[in-house]
Design a protein around this ligand. Structure first.
Ligand SMILES: Nc1ncnc2c1ncn2[C@@H]1O[C@H](COP(=O)(O)OP(=O)(O)O)[C@@H](O)[C@H]1O
Ligand SMILES: [Mg+2]
Length: 301
């Protein structure tokens, strides 16, 4: 089942320029969906629409299989979210901060220590929140979002501004939440390396359009399919001519001959031909673009 299904989402802030065009998003139950895109791509706008924080202008959103608008209150009671910075009262401890939300949400009091444990803040005792690191404040915000035991957590760039240690802490915490509590997570980021290490599914948005949506594995497969062979010889011009005469489509790039990826026997055959024609082969290697390049290619179109 899809926890979130959005179809044809379109949004304009001003009349001329659409900020979202026909966005389609399907978040599988139990997945960690990484919503990736450069700054200004439309991530926050999409997430705000899904939480009813912006009035929908076009398209359909279903959450837990129900149309969002009709079942808004019921659906929101099962969603935790953190859009932009968390509200943290600096003069209160972690427990006191959560007490404010526990009363507002009317959740049982014993959820406070549970939520603090889930985000790894249970040992902070009498320490006031203004003494917390940015990462701890962020985790406190996530604890507040978890108080009512939601089965969907929506986080908008939760690691923005965190140092590498803080980023790792949030990542591990989210992974545990997903694995141990079965929480479906929709998390946005403009940083591929962050999403790549965490997400099971990926959506890539650019200038208000979805450029890719699928499992992380299918993105990796795409990367594999985009691989090529790089060849370096004692005379690349002669090698180019020879390979072109053999029905291949070689190109010279950065002092190397590039060919489409091939199986091992075909590579051995290429090597043999080059050697038989008196060329010294210095290197034959299969080269894969890294995911970053794939991402850049998608977003540079
Ligand atoms: N309230 C608003 N009024 C006008 N334009 C907005 C508003 N919010 C966002 N935008 C514009 O919409 C585009 C997408 O913004 P946003 O959804 O915040 O992107 P992201 O979260 O991916 O950085 C940007 O060009 C931004 O300037
Ligand atoms: Mg944003």
């Amino acid at each position: 089942m899809h926890t979130i299904e959005a179809i044809g989402l379109t949004h304009h802030f001003s009349k001329e320029i659409p900020v979202l065009e026909n966005i389609e998003m399907r978040v599988r139950e139990g997945s960690i969906y990484g919503f990736l895109g450069p700054n200004g791509a439309g991530k926050t706008t999409t997430l705000r629409l899904m939480l009813g924080l912006l009035r929908k202008q076009g398209g359909e959103i279903s959450i837990f299989g129900k149309p969002f608008e009709k079942h808004r209150t019921e659906l929101l009671s099962n969603i935790g979210s953190l859009i932009e910075s968390p509200t943290v009262y600096g003069h209160l401890t972690a427990t006191e901060n959560l007490t404010v939300w526990q009363k507002a949400y009317r959740c049982p009091k014993n959820r406070i220590p549970e939520a603090l444990r889930l985000v790894g803040l249970h040992g902070t005792g009498i320490k006031k929140a203004h003494q917390f690191s940015l990462g701890m404040k962020q985790r406190l915000g996530i604890a507040a979002a978890l108080l009512h035991q939601p089965s969907l957590l929506v986080l908008d760039e939760p690691t923005n501004g965190l140092d590498p240690g803080g980023i790792i802490e949030i990542r591990e915490m989210l992974r545990n939440l997903n694995r141990e509590e079965g929480v479906t997570i929709l998390i946005s980021s403009h940083l591929l390396p962050e999403i790549e290490k965490l997400a099971t599914d990926v959506g890539i948005i650019h200038r208000g359009k979805m450029l890719f949506q699928g499992s992380l594995a299918s993105l990796l497969l795409r990367q594999h399919q985009a691989s090529r062979i790089a060849i370096e010889t004692s005379d690349n011009a002669a090698a180019l001519q020879l390979l072109a005469g053999n029905g291949l489509d070689p190109r010279i790039e950065a002092g190397c001959i590039n060919l489409a990826a091939a199986e091992k026997p075909a590579i051995a055959d290429i090597n043999r031909k080059l050697v038989q024609h008196g060329l010294d082969v210095y290197r034959i290697a299969t080269v894969e673009d890294d995911l970053e390049t794939i991402f850049m290619n998608l977003t540079n179109q």
